[in-house]
Design a protein. Structure first.
Length: 106
């Protein structure tokens, strides 16, 4: 996304122009949101990570933890997962990730 567009979007959402301006989340919403965000959100899912040397890693349920341990950008690897792309720059260069079905290991 071009920088000028990011700045334009930023200006559009500042202060009273923001639809949530002056409002606050309720305690109930915060509690539900906190509960939803805690723990591993990827339990039961199986991923295959492939590094730039074609070494494969089978990861069960800990997508974020694997990315942290291997110094991979989580957002970039998620993008690779959903788009089926391989990164060309940065720490994720050459890495690919594929979601496998749980039945593969049964």
């Amino acid at each position: 996304m071009p920088e000028y567009y990011k700045k334009e979007l930023s200006e559009r959402m500042k202060g009273p122009k923001n639809p949530f301006f002056g409002r606050k989340h309720t305690k109930e919403f915060k509690a539900v949101h906190s509960k939803r965000m805690k723990g591993n959100k990827n339990n039961g899912k199986v991923y295959k990570f492939i590094d730039s040397d074609n070494k494969e890693y089978i990861v069960e349920g800990s997508f974020y933890e694997f990315c942290k341990v291997h110094n991979l950008a989580i957002s970039t690897m998620e993008k690779n997962l959903y788009n089926g792309t391989i990164s060309k720059v940065g720490a994720c260069k050459g890495w690919k990730v594929v979601k496998l079905s749980e039945s593969t290991f049964l």
